[in-house]
Design a protein around this ligand. Structure first.
Ligand SMILES: Cc1ncc(COP(=O)(O)O)c(C=O)c1O
Length: 352
């Protein structure tokens, strides 16, 4: 028995998704001739309450296109210090677009309009860097699947609009926020100038993200996508997987959320202090392995040796992510292995 809780990106397409890919009607998308890509772009734009969409190979590219649209070289974006755009896109905004950034420190990635407002600087002419963009991530990956409060987003929207600052949503896991809260996707989407969503996380497609925004913004993003090397040809083969995922894999995210919660409750009961249940909101659980004397890296190695793959997100913190390849049995196995390791502590495991 194995359980792969490394990330919701590890899923492999099933037979039905592969069939949809194999039979997709395709064309050259750089010439705008791929009907399946068009269908996906229109569908996602509609779901998120925007005029147009653009299919991209990755979430990072969709985010970087969003950033590029709103921020000129020499201006800045602001976001929280754990945001994927700032922490895990390897300096892309600076390297590809000449954009600087500043961050606020959040509680597990939770977005507060006041944090964004405290950093925004506008109308300072040639003396200071001007803030052009606020980034919000929903759900928040390194924060542990944190759902962003719609009221805070709406308040930020008002504050940024008054100051002429744009807002981009990194919605790689917006599907999870939608399923967990029942807030319609477009209620989140309409608060932002651009939104990126991933098809390759919880939705289980092998490749692909979509950026949405105004028709004009997406026409400009299409130019930048080509410039960034993301103009794809018969990409309908990939878009077909995304369409299939939209039809079949959104509602089932509640299963991932339920299993994550069940596992978190079992671990918290077995080893008090290991999981703060108030932080388990979607498909991600952060385990405080330091309470049992473990370092994150050693715990990950020990769990892997017993068939459970996890990821260290801090010196004493390990992330577990549920997805469509972790069923009830794999969840039970993971709980058994991880609680045993926490109870044993590192010394027992080394000598075992
Ligand atoms: C919140 C968030 N945004 C963006 C991305 C980037 O997606 P990709 O790996 O497709 O570039 C990820 C990837 O894990 C993510 O977690």
């Amino acid at each position: 028995m194995r359980a792969d809780l490394l990330s919701d990106t590890v899923t492999r397409p099933g037979v039905a998704m592969r069939e949809a890919m194999a039979t997709a009607v395709v064309g050259d998308d750089v010439f705008g001739e791929d009907p399946t890509v068009r269908e996906l772009e229109d569908r996602v734009a509609g779901l998120l309450g925007h005029e147009a969409g653009l299919f991209t190979p990755t979430g990072s590219m969709a985010n970087q296109l969003g950033v590029r649209l709103h921020v000129k070289p020499g201006e800045e974006l602001v976001g929280d210090s754990l945001a994927h755009v700032l922490r895990a896109e390897l300096g892309a905004a600076a390297i590809l677009s000449g954009i600087s950034s500043r961050t606020w420190v959040s509680q597990r990635g939770r977005f507060r309009a006041d944090d964004a407002a405290s950093l925004m600087i506008t109308g300072v002419g040639p003396y200071q860097v001007c803030t052009a963009l606020v980034i919000v991530e929903n759900t928040h990956n390194f924060g542990g699947g944190t759902i962003q409060p719609l009221e805070e987003i709406q308040r930020a929207r008002q504050l940024t609009r008054e100051r002429g600052v744009a807002m981009h949503l990194d919605g790689a896991r917006l599907w999870n926020a939608h399923v967990a809260t029942g807030v319609p996707l477009d209620a989140y989407g309409r608060e932002f100038d651009t939104v990126s969503v991933c098809l390759s996380k919880g939705l289980g497609a092998p490749v692909g993200s979509v950026l949405v925004g105004s028709r004009e913004a997406m026409a400009e993003a299409r130019v930048w996508r080509k410039r960034f090397g993301g103009g794809m040809r018969q990409a309908g083969i990939l878009a077909a997987a995304g369409l299939w995922a939209l039809d079949h894999h959104i509602d089932r995210l509640s299963l991932d959320h339920g299993r994550a919660r069940r596992a978190a409750e079992a671990m918290a009961a077995a080893v008090p202090g290991s999981v703060d249940l108030s932080t388990v909101e979607t498909n991600i659980v952060i385990v405080d392995v330091a309470v049992a004397g473990w370092s994150g890296a050693d715990f990950v190695a020990a769990a892997l040796a017993r068939g459970v793959r996890t990821y260290a997100v801090g010196p004493g913190a390990v992330r577990l992510v549920w997805h469509l390849e972790v069923d009830d049995d794999a969840t039970d196995h993971a709980v058994e292995v991880l609680t045993a390791l926490l109870a044993e502590g590192p010394a027992a495991s080394v000598s075992a």
